[in-house]
Unconditional design. Sequence first.
Length: 302
Amino acid sequence: MIEAVSRAHAFAPAATPIILYGESGTGKTFLAEYIHQISGRSGGFHAFSVGTVAPQLVLDELFGHVQGAYTDARRMRTGRIAGAAEGTLLLDDLHTVDLGVQKQLLQMLDRGTYSAVGSDRVQTVVCRVMFAMTEAPDVLMQKGVLLRDLRFRFGECGIEMPPLRQRRTEIPLLAQRALEGCRQKTKVDGPTRFSDAAIGLLSDGEYEGNVRQLEGMVLSGYLVARARGAAQIDVDHLPVDSISVPPYRRHGGFEKNRAVVERALRITGGNVKQAAQLLGVSRTTVNVARRGWSTISTPRYP
């Protein structure tokens, strides 16, 4: 993340497009908005997922159209490029759109101009454009879903967002930020802090859904703790099933299984019942592993 933030500061003052890439939920939109905030641009920040519209409508969404451009075009429509004005436009999931559309976007960025659908009038691109993708540009190019020219035109101004499991020291801070936003999201008052055990649980998760999953867990814990009249979020308020751990394998070897059980216990703050639920095994298995009996790998213990 230090490298990501460093590159963000290096690229922010320029008008050149930036490619942000990383797993879903890692905070690419958050970083894009941060880059906009420190860029000094006078307009606002706008984000649009091109993957949410039909392929044939992407250019219409971006460039707009004139009245009569096609059958249902009853009036002129301003596209998102013009709507972003002197601000920043983040185009998410670029790799999901047709290569032909990507080529037109590349031409627009190279020339700095475009025309609305059905119009010959040339308009100037005023906003700054950024792209977000779920994998590295080279990987997407090799898969044939990212235009080669676009990768080599803008790929060097790229910023990788690492997954949350590689940024564990950030988790307490991200969790607290998410907690502070719960009141506004839910419109109800609730706890304002976590117990040490709860933070320990959150910090030890694998988070396939990254920051988005963490925020969902905090929101759930906030509502459960509130319903129980608790002043803080504790381990038993959080959805333990959302925490990913390596699987417990019946014949996986004593040392490996003991390590898995110890991690589950650490995540649940030493709660044997919750650790067993997390691993899908019995409480007996957890207790046996905790005592260090090598018979844990035998069929006598389910």
